[in-house]
Design a protein around this ligand. Structure first.
Ligand code: ACM
Ligand code: ZN
Length: 549
């Protein structure tokens, strides 16, 4: 019998017969998001700098292999010896693709004499490596100890069978209100990988900044990427704009197309799809400041310096506006392979349209009886443009107000109601309601003890209580693609604060997307204590609200 057949046979027995190790202590096994099945074994495996890693090149598990290599470097400062081929030999780690599992599913077995990762594909194997990482003591990853665990590390014996329930588990980062560097975006993607999140929604344009280089329209970044003032703090005791203090230092930044490609590639190597968001037709002041002919009045504006909703939106009466957005999207589609393209669509006042001759004429010609229908017309026109290029339009739940096609993907943010309505109509839905997913809200009711944040209060436990399927029957649930955490950054002026707002609440969103059924908050908190050790070891800033004993 060849080694390969022996291996497949042995592994098949293992997977099918469920010959899990004997149940031992679960206390050391604290994985977030919660795996589908965990059976603790007895003893532990010693992973050492000389432990061979076996894999077959034909299995194409390159993301997982790279993640494993990163893990080895963090622990030992060097790669493990890599062996091509199959191995169930003692003292090795094996990485193997098997047909019996879904592409994003894995079975991780740790025994005292070997570690085996069997996965349906690269994504499953990548998630297995993230799980393996969480089985190793967080202190081994501490910045001070980096590469210093040369004596080896122990991994408790366990068998974990796991796969995500929801195909979409996202995080949105608003880089328009405050700019975050490529390095900071990469650190955010690292965090996402640790939580097995797989969609990075990149909010690239808004009233306060245009952050993506568009070669056809260079003024978008020459003018639109900089605003005249910078938020420097706020007076205690209050909230919102009145208490904010600004100075006259310009705030700005944008990503070149080369940098965008670098981020998309970095994300792909971590099994993360990047969905770009280009806001249309609202949240447009930075674009209008760059090209005044995009607005209804043609007036010259400044890039907006404060927050909230602005009446100055794209003129959707003029065809030149559609030529513009199509020109922008042509370059966006070149940069982002994502099947979904987000065009915003939220909070778009119609005051300018109501008194614009071009917009009124458009309404008359198209037989539209309200400005909301005019927005629906604009969205549908962009959707057709995307569909002709093989992409699908995604937008905030205001899409529903203007009459939306059945194919658009609706992101529910004004509570879950929009998502429920959309799922019932048959639209694909991502749940990101303010009630559970807005991580820009305060983490406690005592707002004076926290840095300035958007006004709502969203404690960890409430995030964890998210039920993305609430109110839906089985047929409608199939339309819910997943969940997403949103980090709007009006009041988040630097990356340290962004981390503080994300952690640990991001872990709760990740868990609701990975395994929405079941809701054992006490067990989540037990496992979270272990994960917060990672945040600390890896040097992330986090809040302690909700994690204290
Ligand atoms: C949103 O929070 N305006 C989508
Ligand atoms: Zn107009």
């Amino acid at each position: 019998m060849t080694m390969k057949r022996l291996l497949v046979l042995s592994l098949g027995c293992w997977l099918l017969a469920g010959c899990a190790p004997k149940i031992g202590s679960l206390e050391r096994i604290a994985v977030v998001p919660r795996p589908s099945s965990v059976a603790a074994g007895e003893g532990e495996f010693r992973l050492e700098p000389c432990t061979p890693l076996y894999f077959r090149a034909a299995d194409s598990l390159s993301c997982a292999a790279a993640a494993f290599d990163e893990l080895a470097h963090a622990l030992f400062g060097a790669s493990l010896p890599v062996m091509q081929g199959d191995s169930l030999r003692a003292g090795t780690v094996g990485l193997l693709r098997v047909d019996s599992l879904r592409e994003d599913a894995y079975c991780l077995t740790v025994e005292p004499d070997r570690v085996m990762i069997a996965a349906g594909g690269d994504r499953g194997a990548f998630y297995a490596v993230q799980t393996l990482r969480q089985l190793i003591s967080a202190t081994c990853f501490s910045k001070k100890a980096i590469g210093g665990a040369t004596g080896g590390v122990s991994i408790p014996a366990v068998r974990i069978d796991d796969a995500p329930t929801m195909p979409y588990r996202g995080l949105m980062l608003d880089v328009a209100r405050h700019f975050f560097t490529v390095e900071e975006v990469k650190r955010t993607l690292d965090l996402m990988a640790l939580h097995k999140l797989n969609v990075f929604h990149w909010h690239l344009t808004d009233d306060q900044g245009w952050r993506i280089e568009i070669r056809k329209y260079p003024k978008l970044t020459e003018i639109g990427s900089v605003r005249r003032r910078t938020l420097i703090g706020h007076d205690p005791g209050g909230e919102y704009d009145e208490t904010c203090r600004y100075d006259e230092t310009p705030h700005g930044g944008y990503y070149t197309q080369a940098e965008i490609r670098e981020v998309v590639d970095y994300a792909a190597r971590r099994c993360i799809t990047v969905i770009p968001e280009v806001e249309f037709p609202g949240h447009a002041v930075a674009a209008l400041a760059s090209y005044p002919w995009l607005g209804c009045t043609g007036e010259q504006y400044e890039v907006r310096q404060t927050w909230d909703i602005d009446d100055r939106v794209f003129c959707v009466g003029r065809d030149s506006t559609f030529d513009f957005i199509e020109g922008v999207l042509d370059e966006v589609l070149e940069l982002f392979p994502s099947p979904l393209i987000h065009i915003g669509g939220d909070e778009c006042p119609d005051k300018m349209w109501a008194c614009c001759p071009h917009c009124r004429e458009r309404m008359r010609r198209e037989g539209l009886t309200s400005e909301r229908q005019l927005q629906g017309y604009a969205t549908t026109r962009v959707e057709r443009y995307l569909a002709a290029r093989g992409r699908r339009l995604m937008g905030w739940d205001e899409l529903l107000d203007g009459g939306v096609s059945p194919t658009a993907v609706v992101m529910s943010w004004r509570g879950s109601e929009g998502g429920i309505r959309a799922a019932r109509r048959g639209n694909p839905v991502v749940m990101a309601p303010t009630t559970h997913c807005y991580l820009d809200y305060y983490q406690t009711a005592d707002t004076t003890s926290e840095p300035l944040a958007w006004g709502g209060c969203l404690p960890l436990e409430q995030v964890y209580a998210l039920d993305p399927y609430e109110g839906l029957n089985a047929r409608e649930r199939a339309n819910v693609l997943g969940v997403q955490a949103n980090l709007w950054t009006e009041y988040i002026a630097d990356f340290a604060q962004a981390q503080y707002m994300l952690l640990p609440r991001l872990a709760a969103v990740a868990e609701r997307g990975w395994c929405p059924a079941g809701n054992d908050y006490a067990d989540f908190r037990r496992r979270l204590r272990h994960l917060t050790g990672y945040y600390d070891a890896l040097g992330y800033r986090r809040a302690s609200h909700g994690t204290e004993d």
